[in-house]
Design a protein around this ligand. Structure first.
Ligand code: ATP
Ligand code: MG
Length: 353
């Protein structure tokens, strides 16, 4: 099977272009035989489920299964491929990267079109035949599959996503990856295997390759429950999650969303630190839900699970906390030892499609 994969934004990025293409090709070559053509990749595979891979490749704007035709007989061979299809009206859409090819795009359109029996419709044809002339080779296809877009994974560095069982953090992960961050994940659980399963399913759905760190959070919660002011509990849970995550990743990403719940007021987010990426900070909840449905994580996220943070919630959680207040509560606990213990009892799973 031959596939042509197009990339978009990369083509615009001047000096970075080579680097971006290299990252994209590194990802693709784990699954395909890759040939670099001018401004696109030619992929070869025998895997009938190749779309499962390509739909997760950040940076691709579209991909199409193609038939290569003989350059010298491009007009007749393309016309024959069109004629084999079922259609009422058709159009030929030729594009030429080789400016010295013996026919121009309009000439290709006209000459192929004149050999095909059927009605030409340039605006509303029910069959469009695409012909790409590139590197002195000719490729024909009839269907363009939209890609996920964005930047290739890894061009912006690496991050660690704090992945809960909720709707927001998978969307945050997707947004971070779309801007070229290669991410791993960390999930805190209070003994519920349902939430871990959800985290695994989100990762399998969104990524080709990632690591999930799984950290039991029961002990920490029990200690917080005993020693910390009730209205500060949720903030302390978060503070510990961030503290543990910092031991594993340099750049942290959360699904925090301003004002969504009591723990996500500006002051509370301030108390937890601004050196955390929060891609969804200023989105509307409905926008997050729509995006979750679009990327396919919504149905995983709404599966019931025991969320470790909604346990032992105080009636009136603090909404206007400060670093000082958080630190005061932290000083009642053996922070370093608790973090070390959590890390010691954690494990990880590597996923690769
Ligand atoms: P929801 O859609 O339920 O709000 P959420 O993912 O936004 O889900 P919150 O309780 O609002 O969950 O938590 C805010 C952020 O803190 C999450 O987006 C996530 O990044 C992080 N977080 C919360 N709970 C966990 C957890 N159990 N494991 C890992 N990260 C978590
Ligand atoms: Mg939330």
């Amino acid at each position: 099977m031959l596939i042509i994969a197009h990339y978009g934004e990369i083509a615009l990025k001047g000096k970075n272009r080579g680097f971006f293409e290299k990252k994209l090709s590194e990802t693709l070559s784990q699954y395909f035989r890759v040939t670099k053509l001018s401004g696109r990749f030619l992929l070869e595979t025998n895997n009938p489920d190749y779309q499962d891979i390509l739909r997760r490749v950040y940076g691709l704007t579209s991909y199409s299964e193609v038939t290569e035709v003989d350059t010298k007989n491009v007009v007749a061979e393309t016309a024959k491929l069109v004629q084999e299809k079922d259609f009422h009206s058709f159009r030929i859409s030729a594009s030429r990267s080789d400016k010295d090819f013996f026919l121009t795009s309009p000439e290709l359109n006209q000459q192929i079109g004149s050999l095909v029996k059927g009605k030409v419709d340039l605006n509303n044809a029910d069959l469009t035949c695409y012909l790409e002339v590139v590197n002195n080779r000719c490729f024909v296809y009839f269907h363009k599959q939209e890609g996920i877009g964005g930047l290739p994974l890894g061009v912006s560095g690496e991050g660690l996503v704090l992945l809960s069982g909720g709707i927001d953090s998978p969307v945050a992960a997707h947004r971070a990856m779309k801007r070229g961050l290669k991410v791993n994940f960390i999930h805190f659980h209070s003994g519920s295997s349902a939430s871990v399963r959800k985290a695994e399913d989100v990762i399998k759905h969104l990524t080709l390759k990632a690591r999930l760190y799984i950290v039991p959070f029961n002990d920490i919660q029990q200690k917080i429950l005993v020693s910390v002011k009730p209205d500060m509990r949720v903030l302390l849970y978060r503070r510990f999650m961030i503290g543990i995550a910092r031991k594993i990743g340099n750049v942290l990403i959360t699904g925090d969303n301003l004002g969504q719940v009591a723990s996500q007021t500006l002051k509370n987010l301030d108390a937890l630190g601004w050196d955390i990426l929060r891609p969804l900070l200023c989105w509307d909840k409905q926008e997050i839900v729509d995006e979750a449905k679009k990327i396919g994580t919504y149905n995983i996220s709404i599966r019931p699970h025991q969320d470790c943070c909604s346990r032992f919630l105080p009636e009136h959680p603090a909404t206007a906390s400060s670093v000082k207040e958080v630190d005061l509560e932290l000083s009642k606990l053996n922070y370093t030892e608790m973090i070390d213990q959590a890390l010691a009892s954690s494990n990880f799973i590597d996923f690769k499609l």
